[in-house]
Design a protein around this ligand. Structure first.
Ligand SMILES: NC(=O)C1=CN([C@@H]2O[C@H](COP(=O)(O)OP(=O)(O)OC[C@H]3O[C@@H](n4cnc5c(N)ncnc54)[C@H](OP(=O)(O)O)[C@@H]3O)[C@@H](O)[C@H]2O)C=CC1
Ligand SMILES: O=C(CO)COP(=O)(O)O
Length: 336
């Protein structure tokens, strides 16, 4: 049996923790809210984030990070990107005090606002090297709401460390949930983070009444932009043809369970971004990640027309209709 600490009790942290508990692993999920930890322990539910879901009886929760981490083999971060660095600092202090070394993993999909760093880069900066052996990212098409219901799901685990990836794979795998490992940590992280931007655009198209042709065009040309950015940042291009790339782009760009897609639909209805975020009540990572990616476009001399246009729509007052027209009437070119 593997002992796993899951840091973050939102929708995805709870769904992943519940999957591993169902598999018979010893799982303790850390919430920074005592009442939420009590709700998971006593009523076996997390109504704010996964309404209606019955969680496993053996899934334990605590609001004390040290209690969750004590004796853990794997520590899995599942807080929003903006909270990663702060939570990593807390974890580092605990691991140092315990003289403990763990496998580090995360399942978040974003880039740090100020530095544009990937999540694993923040973890490496904050957690001393002798406090962990191996670092892995969980990526791929997987909405918490579907995973917790037992819908069939395949994900990818990217890591440079086979032992870390396989430990996580073994803890998560069951007949409904199939994790694959890969060696491209950078590509797995970027695939997960960048598809959120395109998913917002996909929601906008549907919100504006366009159909499957438009969506397919956006997702396909969006994948080209994801690959461009990924290659510039050191990812392996073939990763974007896998679960962490096109797989996640399909589900996030088409499922009404996606927060990013739903944000796009809501923006298309004319709601301001602040209202959309408030009403979502869960993190919409793409609205932050897009700021880093428009900077990458300049920094690496890339051409990212979809990302650029979405940024103008979300932050600079361009209308969606104008944005669509701009994209459709650009100078004609070869498909590359
Ligand atoms: N939801 C999904 O299906 C999937 C999500 N992801 C990724 O997982 C990450 C987490 O997303 P998700 O679970 O959806 O997010 P949610 O918004 O559902 O939940 C976030 C959780 O993190 C907690 N949190 C926020 N800040 C802190 C902090 N500083 N310290 C401790 N806890 C904190 C929140 O607490 P509070 O209630 O107090 O706000 C909440 O419990 C994101 O990067 C997302 O892209 C990846 C794949 C699937
Ligand atoms: O990454 C996800 C699915 O794989 C979750 O996407 P959303 O945050 O848009 O719900």
């Amino acid at each position: 049996m593997t002992k796993i600490a899951v840091l973050g009790a939102g929708s995805w942290g709870t769904a992943l923790a519940n999957t591993m508990a169902k598999n018979g692993q010893q799982v303790m999920i850390w919430s920074h809210k005592a009442d939420q930890a009590a709700e998971i322990n006593e009523r076996h539910q997390n109504d704010r984030y996964l309404p209606g879901a019955k969680l496993e009886d053996n899934l334990q929760a605590t609001d004390q990070m040290a209690a969750a981490v004590s004796g853990a083999d794997i520590v899995l971060f599942v807080v929003p990107t903006k909270a990663i660095r702060q939570v990593a600092k807390q974890l580092a202090a605990i691991l140092l005090a315990n003289k403990q070394s763990v496998i580090l993993a995360h399942a978040a999909k974003g880039l740090e606002q100020k530095t544009h760093l990937r999540i694993s880069q923040m973890l490496v900066e904050e957690i001393p090297a002798d406090c962990y052996s191996g670092l892995a990212v969980i990526s791929g098409p997987s909405h918490a709401e579907d995973v917790v219901k037992g819908d069939l799901t395949a994900i990818s685990i990217g890591s440079n460390d086979v032992r870390a990836a396989e430990a996580l794979q073994g803890a998560l795998a069951n007949a409904h949930f199939r994790p694959y490992t890969n060696h491209d940590l950078i590509g797995s992280e970027l695939g997960g983070a960048l598809k959120n931007i395109i998913a917002i655009g996909s929601g906008m198209l549907i919100g504006k009444g366009y159909g499957a042709n438009a969506q397919a065009a956006l997702l396909t040309r969006g994948l080209v932009e994801i690959r461009e950015v990924g290659q510039a940042l050191g990812a392996q291009p073939e990763t974007f043809l896998g679960l962490a790339g096109i797989g996640d782009l399909i589900v996030t760009g088409m499922s009404p369970n996606s927060r990013n897609y739903r944000a796009g639909v809501a923006l298309a209805s004319g709601k301001p971004l602040a209202q959309v975020e408030e009403e979502m009540g869960m993190v919409i990572e793409g609205v932050n990640t897009i700021k880093a990616v428009v900077d990458f476009e300049k920094e690496y001399d890339l051409d990212l027309p979809i990302t650029r246009t979405l940024y103008q729509v979300i932050y600079e007052g361009k209308t969606i209709d104008q944005g669509i027209n701009d994209l459709m009437t650009r100078p004609l070119k070869a498909e590359d």
